[in-house]
Design a binder for this molecule. Structure first.
Ligand SMILES: [Mg+2]
Length: 215
């Protein structure tokens, strides 16, 4: 039987929506989101756009952390990790966001389930806001996003894995093009359909749990 690996996005896939949207809803006006429009129009790269938005957060850190704690996660995430462990499927979380909020939200699971987290580093101080620093020395380093999710998929495939990929947004399109099995929602689902990439639509990780149960 083929050996499988699971690679999943974080924002909007494990969490219910992108961190910057959560932050924007809570703290910003429309003006603060201009960098995101610039990114969508192709005039700004992903990490620069997010850094420009995150630099506007100036609340006390305890308040920011308490706010992060209110972000909802997919209720089936632990179930997904359990079945992956049972079936000896390694899990990697790949994110164009950063470890500052990902570790806060799923740090315990990351160590408990031996998950690989491949993302940017994030540091916060009230003066400068949240700053994402890409892993410059990593083999996955990518100038536009910080990390190349596709490079993670490719590496696992080279190691003999069939890669199941789950995601929802623009940075998930490149890895979805090469993954062996794709689960998509929101923007990624639309893009995969436009590009003719064979895709499973999913609403929650429960759908992926069912798929893995039948492997
Ligand atoms: Mg996402």
């Amino acid at each position: 039987m083929a050996k499988f690996a699971l690679v999943t996005d974080f924002d909007g896939t494990i969490s219910d929506d992108d961190f910057f949207w959560h932050v924007a809803d809570r703290y910003f006006d429309a003006e603060a989101l201009k960098p995101w429009s610039e990114y969508l129009a192709g005039r700004m790269n992903h990490i620069d756009a997010l850094n420009a938005i995150f630099a506007r957060i100036h609340v006390p850190e305890e308040e920011l952390l308490a706010f992060i704690d209110t972000i909802h996660l997919d209720a089936s995430f632990t179930k997904l990790l359990d079945i992956c462990r049972k079936k000896e499927i390694p899990v990697a979380v790949v994110s164009a966001g950063c470890d500052y909020y990902i570790q806060r939200l799923i740090g315990k699971k990351i160590s408990e389930y031996n998950i690989r987290l491949i993302t940017n580093h994030g540091i916060y101080n009230r003066q400068d806001g949240l700053k994402m620093i890409p892993p410059y020395d990593s083999t996955y380093y990518d100038k536009a996003v910080g990390i190349s999710k596709a490079a993670v998929v490719r590496e696992l495939q080279k190691q003999g894995y069939e890669v199941i990929y789950a995601g929802d947004g623009p940075p998930d399109v490149e890895p979805a093009k090469i993954a062996d099995v794709v689960f998509a929602k929101k923007t990624l689902l639309e893009r995969c359909r436009e590009l003719g990439i064979k895709t499973h639509k999913f609403d929650s990780f429960q759908d992926i749990v069912h798929y893995l149960e039948d492997l």
